[in-house]
Design a protein around this ligand. Structure first.
Ligand SMILES: Cc1cc2nc3c(=O)[nH]c(=O)nc-3n(C[C@H](O)[C@H](O)[C@H](O)COP(=O)(O)O)c2cc1C
Length: 187
């Protein structure tokens, strides 16, 4: 299997736990990965600190890029990143991507992934959803993106917040095409 080049963007929706678990999982699956680039919005840093009471993303051994850094490799299709995961994805970021603004590195990288017909996974989070959110999700789906809402499942009987969140993260890992041991219904 060809090794993956993955962009992880973290935005200021609730659910920093999903980003935390995903980054740790990518480190575990590192033999399947060539490169991971990370970009966080300022709001994502605030929400992470508020929800998880730490700044532990700083310990992740992948390169972080400033949200304003359009010289990051994944700001260009020529760098050939396969997959971009936005986790959690705020409705603001979702709207900017749907509108094609490319006004920060997150919106630009998503625009690049879509134009190159590669894989864009948006772990969208808000509730309830208004018609603008839903229309933006349709627009991104029509452009080839995957809306993978932060909607945990319970049929594996998760017992802790981490186990509940892992039901979402395992689906993200599957969508990204990485091999992973996880709960499989019927097995
Ligand atoms: C604690 C907290 C939780 C939030 N949760 C959500 C959420 O679940 N979904 C959402 O779309 N925005 C949420 N927001 C609002 C976003 O952070 C805000 O709209 C911000 O502009 C998003 O910017 P970004 O996409 O650049 O990170 C939350 C904000 C805070 C402080």
């Amino acid at each position: 299997m060809e090794k993956k080049k993955i962009v992880v963007a973290i935005t200021g929706a609730s659910g920093s736990v999903y980003a935390d678990l995903l980054l740790k999982k990518l480190v575990q699956l590192n033999e399947q990965i060539e490169e991971v680039g990370i970009v966080m919005s300022d709001n994502a840093k605030d929400v992470w600190r508020f929800e998880l009471d730490n700044d532990n993303y700083k310990n992740i051994p992948y390169k972080f890029y400033a949200k304003t850094d359009f010289t990051a490799p994944f700001a260009s299709g020529s760098a050939r990143f396969d997959t971009m995961i936005i986790v959690p994805c705020s409705m603001g970021t979702l709207g900017r991507i749907a509108a094609g603004t490319s006004d920060d590195l997150i919106a630009r990288a998503a625009d690049v992934v879509l134009k190159e017909r590669r894989k864009l996974i948006l772990v969208a989070r808000d509730t309830p959803l208004n018609l603008i959110h839903l229309r933006n999700m349709v627009t991104i789906t029509e452009a080839g993106g995957i809306i993978c809402p932060a909607m945990p499942s319970y049929y594996s009987k998760p017992q802790t917040i981490q186990e509940v969140a892992a039901t979402v993260v395992d689906r993200i890992i599957d969508l990204a095409g990485l091999k992973n041991q996880s709960f499989r219904w019927g097995q």
